[in-house]
Ligand binder design. Structure first.
Ligand code: NAD
Length: 369
């Protein structure tokens, strides 16, 4: 019988787990044996008894969990010590985030472990159910607004009370991809007046359908779009137009959520220190691009910075701070992947499949180019 191993996450502050009882049950129904390391779901409030009820074998430690495993499911990339424990000929599935020259992939290749990277799922309709970047960005976009709202010195909704009338807060979302659209929806639900800006004009309709105002940068044109729907890095002139447009908005804003990313590079700089100093005292910036260098010049990953009465936070691994639902969504993404690679109880990597081929970083003892 094919064995799937679910390891407990060991990275500091990682609270998610790769599989939840609901998805374990589905794997068991498909004729797979599922080993879950003891306590794997505890940080996400899922206890071992629930996994056992779903048909999992709860195993006392990583070594026992990995015994005979054909597929190893994780959220975060394994540490050096974890990587050395993975069984030869197994397939590791996790966010692998390989930096250039990172020794992990070579280590996996030496151990004859194949590796599928969850961040390399193609952004196609067929791959949508496997797309963990999107599911986790959805959680991050939601949580960013809650964090920002909790730091604001004012309420977000308009209130008419016996103690007076409060005007709604103004929220600006920069970058209206997956995280940005969820931030818009969340800020709307909290009653704020929301506007959003993105260099891809195709986003306008999505922003407006959420009831937010799309900030236009008319001179920008349509060239910011590239194939696959992703934004391209802007020319100096276009970047200047973007900063001008954003600078015109910032002085009126109470909360700004920034999410702008450009594939394969540093995050674009959208708020300079000079622009920030023209904002209202008490305003808050939540920079979701902190780990990619930040959209705001003052962002420090994982820290809160105060400048001219404005607070800037650059939260990292935000999805992990909503561990139950983030795990449920991630587990569904991995379940969908297993539907692709585990058929009739047997696991096979079909390299002619574009999803498998995009995700596969290490195969048959070699790191793939
Ligand atoms: P992302 O995380 O790469 O970037 C976030 C947003 O920042 C994007 O909307 C981008 O246009 C914007 N941005 C980049 N530079 C900017 C700048 N200088 N100023 C303002 N905004 C800027 O994006 P994402 O959330 O991963 O989504 C990117 C695209 O992929 C979208 O078109 C989305 O609809 C698409 N997508 C498709 C699928 C699918 O088909 N399965 C799944 C997910 C996303």
């Amino acid at each position: 019988m094919t064995t799937i191993a679910v390891l407990r996450e060991t990275a500091p502050s990682e609270q998610r787990v790769a599989q939840v009882p609901e998805t374990v049950r589905k794997l068991v129904e498909r004729g797979l044996r599922v080993n879950v390391e003891r306590g794997a779901g505890l940080a996400a409030h899922l206890d071992d008894a629930e996994y056992e009820k779903a048909g999992a074998h709860v195993t006392p430690d990583a070594a026992t969990t990995l015994r005979g495993a054909r597929v190893v499911l994780k959220v975060q990339r394994p540490s050096e010590a974890e990587a050395s424990q993975l069984p030869p000929e197994s397939i590791l599935v996790a966010f692998l985030a390989p930096a250039p020259g990172c020794p992990l992939l070579a280590r996996l290749a030496r151990g004859r472990v194949d590796a599928l990277a969850m961040e390399n799922v193609p952004r196609t309709t067929r791959a949508q159910a496997i797309d963990a970047l999107s599911s986790q960005a959805t959680v991050a976009g939601y949580k960013a607004v809650l964090l920002g709202a909790s730091l604001c010195p004012r309420l977000l909704p308009m209130l008419t009370t016996a103690a007076g009338t409060l005007t709604p807060a103004k929220v600006l979302v920069l970058g209206a991809g997956v995280a940005g659209l969820q931030a818009i929806a969340t800020a709307k639900r909290l009653g704020a007046l929301v506007s959003a800006f993105d260099v891809r004009p195709a986003v306008r309709e999505q922003v407006q359908s959420l009831g937010a105002l799309f900030v236009e940068a008319p001179a920008l044109g349509a060239q910011a779009e590239v194939t696959g729907g992703y934004a391209a890095r802007l020319s100096e002139e276009r970047q200047r137009l973007v900063l001008e447009t954003i600078a015109g908005q910032l002085p009126n804003m109470d909360l700004v959520i920034t999410t702008a990313q450009v594939r394969g590079g540093a995050a674009p700089r959208l708020i300079t220190a000079k622009m920030l100093r023209r904002m209202r005292p008490g305003a808050v910036i939540v920079d979701l691009a902190a780990e990619a260098g930040g959209n705001c010049e003052l962002t420090t990953p994982g820290e809160a910075v105060r400048e001219a009465g404005v607070t800037v936070i650059g939260p990292t691994n935000l999805a992990s701070s909503v561990p139950l639902h983030a795990s449920m969504m991630y587990a569904k993404n991995q379940l969908a992947l297993l539907g692709l690679i585990a058929k009739d109880g047997a696991v096979k990597l079909d390299l002619s499949d574009d999803i498998v081929s995009s995700m596969l970083l290490v195969h048959a003892g070699a790191v793939r180019a």
